[in-house]
Design a protein around this ligand. Sequence first.
Ligand SMILES: [Zn+2]
Length: 120
Amino acid sequence: MNRITWDEPDGSWGIKGVELQTLSSKVYGALYKLMDYEKTGLSPKQVEKMDLLYTEKCKEVAKMEKELKKQGKVCEPEYLGENVVIGCRDGRCNCGNLVRSYQNFCDNCGVKLEWDCVRG
Ligand SMILES: [Zn+2]
């Protein structure tokens, strides 16, 4: 993609042949947004494709998590309390094992631990 704007690691930026300080703040702001966007190196079509793909993948993950929950392969641990020493939440897996909120899986039965909804 050919860029209209340029930028440097020190934060300076511009457009070849344009004196930015002569522009109104609205135009300056719009061009700054353009520069920010151009730094991604992506075309608008690529961004749209990426967004669609991301949405699709999120739906797939949600569907898979729902299925895993149904199969009992995901567990929302029972909340036991805040562990202020370690800085996490303590919980109990459905298998009875004590688990902590930094664990993604129970080290006893192997189920995926779902901590998002676990609160005291
Ligand atoms: Zn377990």
